[in-house]
Design a binder for this molecule. Sequence first.
Ligand code: GLP
Length: 247
Amino acid sequence: MKVRIFESSQEATHEAAALFIEQIQRKPDCVLGLATGSTPIKLYKELILAYKEGTISFKRVKTFNLDEYVGLDRLHTQSYYRFMCEQLFDHVDIDKRNCHVPNGQAKNIEREVMQYEAAIEAAGGIDMQLLGIGGNGHIGFNEPGCNLDCGTHLESLTRQTIQDNARLFFNGNEAQVPRQALTMGVGTILRARRCVLLAFGKSKQVAVQGMIEGPITKNNPASVLQRHPDTVVLLDTLAAEKLKKKG
Ligand code: GLP
């Protein structure tokens, strides 16, 4: 795990954008794993800018998102599919048929998660996976206590995640936050050839310290990235504050 600490989240985001731009330039038909949440929004803005300037094209890029809420129509204002359209897909030349987000409304969840995993494999696996981290160490929606080997699956959200995400997506109305989500598993994430994790701000300090310096434990699912051969963690100084070793 390579850890880099930046003065500001803008600088860390800029570095992440450079990694994604380089990946797309090197392999124009690459497979990207994408994330939602507030953390990657500015990164997507940088990628849109790079596209508009003609530096990159998404024409042949395939994407797989980490997760989706169960029960939400994909055009629901809070769905992650819609988030991705608004933050990235609608602003670049990507073919929407190449944009994959788990179907949170699938009637047969078992089949949906198997097909999602199979589609990633059929695309040749993920070249570069973008990750954020939850305040409790979750990646995707792999919550503390999850199975550290599994593929895409149905996950029940913890109380902390429901509270955190209510603030972000449901105007603070916790009752509206779905209680379950479909998520790539930790196993799926570990199979990505490269992972780029972004974490900013005070609310991520404990999770970040555990991920980097703690034991590999299902209590902090992100800690399993210590086992991944090519993970880059990009932090701002605030998120890095609890690290014992800072360089
Ligand atoms: C959600 C997503 C995660 C994301 C996390 C952090 O729970 N499922 O993939 O990393 O939120 O969100 P934020 O970046 O807003 O802190």
